[in-house]
Write a protein that binds this ligand. Structure first.
Ligand code: COA
Length: 258
C-alpha cells in the first residue's frame, strides 16, 4: 500500500498521507510521494485544487519521523530542513488552492504542512502544535516563519516556545484554522469549500493566490505594483468580460478559465 494515496474527483485531488500506524509521520518515502503528488497536481489541468489529509481517525500528520533524528548530523540536518522547506514552498505556491483537512494531530512538520496550505479546516478532535523544543530542535520546515505570519508574533512565540498542543477550538480562535467541523463532516466541508472556490473565475483565483503569497514577501509598494499588474492581466481575460456581463444581465456567470 502506498504511503500517499491520491484520487481525483470533480477537479479535486485528494491527497492522503497513509501511515496511520505511525500517525502519518513524514519519513523520506512520504516526503518523496508528497512532492510527486504536488508536482503532478501542478502540471495536471484536470486538477483545480487539492485537499490534503491523513489516513485514520487519529492524526493528520504527527510530525517528521523522529526515528530519523538520531542519524542527523549538523550538515545532513540542514539538507533535511531545506528539502522539507522546498516541499512546503511547492505546496504554498502550487498556483491552485490547497485545503488542509486536519483530522487529528498536526504536530511539528504536520503543523508546518498545514501552514503551507492555502486554508485549514480542522475536525473538533484535532490538536495542533510545534513540539520541537521538547526534542531539542526548532521547526525546520518553515514553521518559525509561517506561524507568526498567520497568527501573529506573540501567539506564535507561545506555541513555539512552550511546545504545547492546542485544541481545534483554540486554533480556530487565533486564526490558525479557518473552520472547525465534526469529524464526519471534515472531508465533505473541505470539498464544499473547494468547490465554491473552483466555481469562481480560475485566472482570478490563481492571481489571488499569487498576489497574497508573493506580495507578503515584498515591500508594500512593490506588492501593490504586483497586485496592479495582476489586476491588469485579469482585465485581458474572457472571464472578466463574462463576470461583468453576467452581473449586469442579472444571471450567473459561466467561467471558462480563458
Ligand atoms: N515520528 C515517528 N513515529 C511517530 C511519530 C513521529 N513524529 N509520532 C507518532 N509516532 C509513532 C509512535 O512511535 C507509535 O509507534 P509504535 O506503535 O511503533 O510505538 C505510533 O506512532 C503511535 O503513536 P503513540 O505515541 O503510541 O500514540 P499516542 O496516542 O500515545 O500519542 C502523540 C500521540 C501524537 C501525542 C505522540 O505520538 C507524539 O508525541 N508524537 C510525536 C509528536 C512530535 O513531537 N512531532 C514533532 C516532531 S519534530
Amino acid at each position: 500500500m502506498s504511503v500517499v494515496l491520491t484520487e481525483v474527483l470533480d477537479r479535486i485531488l485528494t491527497v492522503t498521507v497513509n501511515r496511520p500506524d505511525k500517525l502519518n509521520a513524514l519519513n523520506p518515502e512520504v516526503m518523496d510521494a508528497l512532492a510527486a503528488a504536488f508536482e503532478s497536481a501542478r502540471r495536471d489541468d484536470a486538477v483545480g485544487g487539492v485537499i490534503l489529509t491523513g489516513a485514520g481517525e487519529k492524526a493528520f500528520i504527527a510530525g517528521a519521523d523522529i526515528t530519523i533524528f538520531k542519524m542527523l548530523t549538523p550538515f545532513s540536518a540542514r539538507s533535511f530542513a531545506r528539502r522539507g522547506q522546498a516541499l512546503m514552498d511547492a505546496i504554498e505556491t502550487l498556483g491552485k488552492p490547497v485545503i488542509a483537512a486536519v483530522n487529528g494531530f498536526a504536530l511539528g512538520g504536520g503543523c508546518e504542512v498545514a501552514l503551507a496550505c492555502t486554508l485549514r479546516i480542522a475536525s473538533k478532535n484535532a490538536k495542533l502544535g510545534q513540539p520541537e523544543v521538547n526534542l531539542g530542535v526548532i521547526p525546520g520546515y518553515g514553521g518559525s516563519q509561517r506561524l507568526p505570519r498567520l497568527v501573529g508574533k506573540g501567539r506564535a512565540f507561545e506555541i513555539l516556545l512552550t511546545g504545547d498542543m492546542i485544541s481545534a477550538d483554540e486554533a480556530h480562535r487565533i486564526g490558525l484554522v479557518n473552520r472547525i467541523v465534526e469529524p464526519a463532516d471534515l472531508l465533505p466541508a473541505s470539498r464544499e469549500l473547494l468547490k465554491k472556490i473552483l466555481a469562481k473565475a480560475p485566472v482570478a483565483i490563481h492571481y489571488v493566490l499569487d498576489a497574497v503569497n508573493a506580495g507578503l514577501d515584498m515591500p508594500f509598494a512593490a506588492a501593490e505594483g504586483h497586485e496592479a499588474t495582476l489586476f491588469g492581466l485579469c482585465v485581458a481575460t474572457e472571464d472578466m468580460r463574462e463576470g461583468v456581463s453576467a452581473f449586469l444581465e442579472k444571471r450567473p456567470a459561466k467561467f471558462t478559465g480563458k
